[in-house]
Ligand binder design. Structure first.
Ligand SMILES: C[S@@+](CC[C@H](N)C(=O)[O-])C[C@H]1O[C@@H](n2cnc3c(N)ncnc32)[C@H](O)[C@@H]1O
Length: 363
């Protein structure tokens, strides 16, 4: 297995999830938390399957996930909606996913969540900004699938802060509430317990406006472009806290910049992140590296990974050791090895391209 880097709790793997995930034991994963490449009309730089094939394509991954999840496990998929090409009407692809997964793959839809991103820019420009006939699309579907009707879940770990009104009510119920029957027939008494917070709704309001992270700071310093479609840390944080315990295994099958693994690490969950593009996988190590690192060290980590060396992040941080410099000789040798292969799969082709880049950059 091609491991890009390892931390105290996890591994970033480079490869195609359909191959990599096969190697994990069946019934071994507590949570798969992910955001696949969306079936958007404008083809993103990291590639999208067209909408017709999308459900079929994603089902291949879901089938495998079903096998690898523990019976108590959960599968969370963040999916953005899309318009049909050239028309102000929506594609139904994101609704076909739960129907397909539940009817054909044996999943249960434990709950449908909606992620509202208040910082989302208006789009598509034609229907929203120019013609002004549609509103800003700022909500993603976040489907929570489970293998059984009773996946592990504890809502007390993700309680939302009480509103100011509720806090006052808890302090002095008599002054703020008189028991009466509601129109629904519910009879609410004045016995309020302080449970430490309110039960959160299935609408998660989380801005996607990260600007201050080690990831972005280190990308900037190294002169490398970060991943274009990251989700905010608060999204995986909610589900990891809610659906797993310390030392459980969390997997992201479309790792990207490894927001999931980084969040799992902070919450002391074991994690595996799988990413097809070696460059995205290598840059995701920057999340775990301090802001004060030099450009040279950052690039050394990056090119070490691209050259096929596994970087031990914890060793590096705890011993304050320099990453061994990747020598041009090493890169040239790896290039020769790869060029001599009769065929290259998609992932190997990306490695080859990045090695060529490394060869031209390294002195
Ligand atoms: C929407 S991005 C994930 C972003 C991630 N949630 C984050 O916060 O950075 C989807 C990622 O899936 C990767 N990908 C696509 N097909 C893959 C496959 N077969 N195996 C592994 N990764 C894949 C893409 O390269 C892309 O980086």
């Amino acid at each position: 297995m091609n491991i890009a880097y390892a931390t105290q709790y996890g591994n970033q793997v480079i490869g195609d999830t359909l191959e990599v995930l096969q190697r994990y034991e069946d019934n071994s994963i507590d949570l798969v938390m992910t955001s696949p490449p969306f079936a958007l009309l404008r083809v993103k730089e990291y590639g999208n399957e067209d909408q017709v094939n999308y459900v079929r394509w994603l089902s291949k991954f879901a089938k495998l996930v079903h096998r690898k999840l523990k019976p108590t496990g959960s599968f969370i998929i963040d999916l953005g909606g899309a318009y049909k090409r050239g028309l102000p009407v929506r594609s139904l692809y994101n609704f076909r996913i739960p129907i397909e997964f539940c009817d054909r793959l044996g999943f249960y839809l434990a709950e449908d969540f909606y992620w509202y991103n208040p910082s989302k820019l208006p789009s598509p420009i034609e229907w929203v900004n120019k013609r002004k006939i549609r509103v800003k699309d700022a909500v993603n579907n976040v489907w929570w699938f489970s293998k059984t009707p009773y996946p592990k879940a504890d809502v007390t770990k993700v309680l939302a802060p009480y509103s100011e009104r509720m806090k006052k009510l808890l302090e002095n119920p008599e002054a703020y509430y008189s028991p009466k029957e509601r129109p629904s027939g519910h009879n609410i008494s004045s016995n309020f317990n302080n449970n430490g917070g309110a039960i959160p709704p299935n609408l998660l309001q989380i801005p996607n406006s990260e600007s201050n992270s080690n990831y972005l700071a280190n990308c900037k310093k190294a002169g490398l472009r970060g991943h274009p479609a990251r989700y905010p840390q608060k999204l995986p944080e909610f589900f990891i806290k809610y659906l797993t315990d310390k030392d459980d295994l969390v997997v992201d099958i479309f790792g990207g910049s490894n927001t999931t693994g980084f969040t799992a690490e902070q919450l002391k969950r074991n994690w595996v992140s799988i990413e097809l593009d070696p460059s995205y996988a290598a840059i995701s190590s920057f999340r775990f590296l301090p802001k004060g690192m030099s450009e040279r060290d950052l690039l050394n980590v990056y090119y070490s990974i691209l050259s096929g060396k596994k970087v031990e992040i914890m060793d590096f941080l705890s011993n304050d050791r320099h990453v061994p410099s990747v020598t041009k000789k090493f890169v040239v040798q790896r290039l020769k090895d790869m060029q001599s292969l009769p065929t290259l799969d998609k992932s190997q082709q990306l490695v080859l391209e990045n090695l060529e880049k490394a060869e031209s950059v390294l002195a």
